[in-house]
Design a protein around this ligand. Structure first.
Ligand SMILES: [Zn+2]
Length: 488
């Protein structure tokens, strides 16, 4: 046999392996039996949210959490709106203004479950006020919609979890596991005063949690090419945050006799090397989604994703071209600040830049600093992490827990024909503080959103439909019953 035939056989073999992998790629969907849970009355859910939106609990900046008086007002509104909750559950104020409610189960010796949200919202840019259909803190209810800052992020999660508890109490329901509700008051500026304290407080009490649910994922429409079905993204981890400062120092001098590169030129080269050499990809999250989508994905996509051993290079190129999908597969690099030079005829003594990285699971701050040094490969450029201004990626929550399976089941009950997949959350949430008391920390908001609706979060005209809101309250009531059972 000649060389040509060997090559043909090898190619045929590769093809067979690739096809077999593609055909067997994809998990069986967890769709199946429906569970009958108590339904709750949600006819007041919109009014409840409206009242809470009207309290302007705005986190203005890193050192400006919401005004204490306003937080007290919010707590009063919650007391008035949910009388049974406040009569039956223990409520603690942690570090002043974060709320922790305890609904003791009939089997308090079992690990409990925690439903989270946050009380604060981001500010509204005064220049955009005219662009709002209804004023951002009006809580207007019109056209089947509740309008205002916090309707999606994330006061709806406060009122819907409280609606669920209030109505379940009315119905005489009692959980076996203890159910906690935890609402931090400074999530939008990092959670250091809020969730940070609540999670430590729980740890000090010796509390363990079998499941934690916070904001983060949602049911996303048309999120990935090739996946037509909506995807319920359950955030099992969130990215880390790191800012690196690049500094180049040089002798000041006259611009009439310059060296080949000034401090600014050296820095510019370093920056362009960083942009041209993105950090290596990790396809796991993406593959998980395509695997979960399984037979819902056209065959050629399965062929590609089942065979990353062959296709990694092409996939990386395709995925990296889009900012959003690129952020799912790697630690991102964003040059955000640059400074240097003081006058047009003086050589700059110093040039500085800041580069912001969002770390993917598995990467660390230290490792990223080293990688950046290697990429720049120029001793004249000092590379240093900005201190006390970041965190490593969160641990990754297990998808093998009863709480995860039970969450999947509940999602299937409320969303038809949905693909469910674990997900790496790109932003930050309070959830990352709770790994000290649980390894089953999930981020999922039971709302279906398209890309347009996603832009409302922190944006203009934030709103939620009453139908979505009522579904959300119903969802939490079901999940509380599912997670409240000793045998989830
Ligand atoms: Zn939020």
């Amino acid at each position: 046999m000649n060389f040509f035939i060997y090559v043909l056989i090898a190619l045929a073999l590769v093809l067979v392996i690739a096809l077999v992998r593609a055909f067997t790629f994809g998990s069986q969907s967890a769709n199946g039996e429906k569970v009958n849970y108590l339904q709750i009355d949600t006819s007041q859910s919109a009014e409840h949210l409206s009242k809470v939106i009207q309290v302007e609990t705005v986190s203005h900046g890193v050192d400006q959490p919401p005004d204490p008086q306003t937080l007290e007002t919010l707590h009063k509104v919650l007391e008035d709106t949910y009388p049974l909750v406040h009569k039956t559950l223990k409520r603690e104020k942690i570090n002043g203004h974060s709320l922790l409610y305890t609904w003791e189960g009939t089997k308090p010796e079992l690990p409990g479950v925690l439903f989270m949200a946050h009380q604060d919202v981001v500010p509204v840019d005064p220049a955009t006020l005219d662009n709002w259909t209804h004023p951002p803190f009006s809580g207007a209810i019109a056209d089947g919609i509740v309008w205002g800052r916090g309707t999606l992020d994330i006061k709806s999660q406060i009122t819907c979890t409280l609606d669920a508890v209030e109505e379940l109490l009315k119905a005489g329901y009692q959980p076996e596991r203890t159910i906690y509700l935890g609402y931090g008051h400074d999530e939008e500026i990092g959670g250091l005063r809020g969730a940070n304290y609540v999670s430590k407080h729980m740890e000090e009490q010796g509390i363990r949690l079998a499941g934690v649910i916070d904001e983060g994922g949602m049911v996303a429409e048309k999120m990935l090419p090739g996946v037509e079905a909506p995807i319920a993204l359950i955030g099992t981890a969130e990215k880390g945050y790191l800012t690196i400062e690049l500094t180049v120092e040089d002798e000041p001098g006259h611009a009439s006799t310059p060296p080949k590169n000034t401090a600014i030129g050296i820095l510019a080269k370093a920056i362009s090397r960083l942009e041209d050499n993105p950090l290596p990809p990790n396809m796991e999250t993406l593959v998980n989604i395509f695997r979960a989508a399984g037979k819902n994905v056209p065959f050629h996509y399965r062929l590609v994703f089942a065979n990353l051993w062959l296709t990694r290079g092409i996939v990386d190129k395709m995925v990296s071209a889009n900012g959003e999908t690129n952020a799912i597969i790697r630690t991102t690099t964003a040059v955000t600040v640059i400074n240097g030079g003081i006058k047009d005829n003086i050589l700059p003594r110093e040039a500085k830049a800041m580069v912001n990285f969002r770390l993917i699971s598995g990467d660390t701050a230290e490792g990223t600093v080293n990688a950046v040094r290697q990429i720049i490969n120029d001793k004249r450029v000092q590379v240093k992490a900005v201190e006390n201004n970041g965190w490593n990626p969160s641990p990754v929550s297990t998808t093998e827990s009863p709480a995860y399976a039970s969450l999947e089941k509940t999602i299937n009950q409320f969303f038809d024909e949905v693909v469910i997949a674990p997900y790496l959350m790109l932003g930050a949430s309070d959830a990352r503080y709770y790994y000290n008391v649980s390894d089953s920390v999930y981020r999922f908001m039971p709302v279906q959103l398209g890309s347009k609706a996603l832009k409302l979060i922190h944006g203009i005209d934030e709103h939620i439909s009453i139908a979505d809101l009522e579904k959300m309250a119903q969802f939490y009531a079901s999940l509380m019953q599912a997670w409240g059972k000793a045998e989830m």
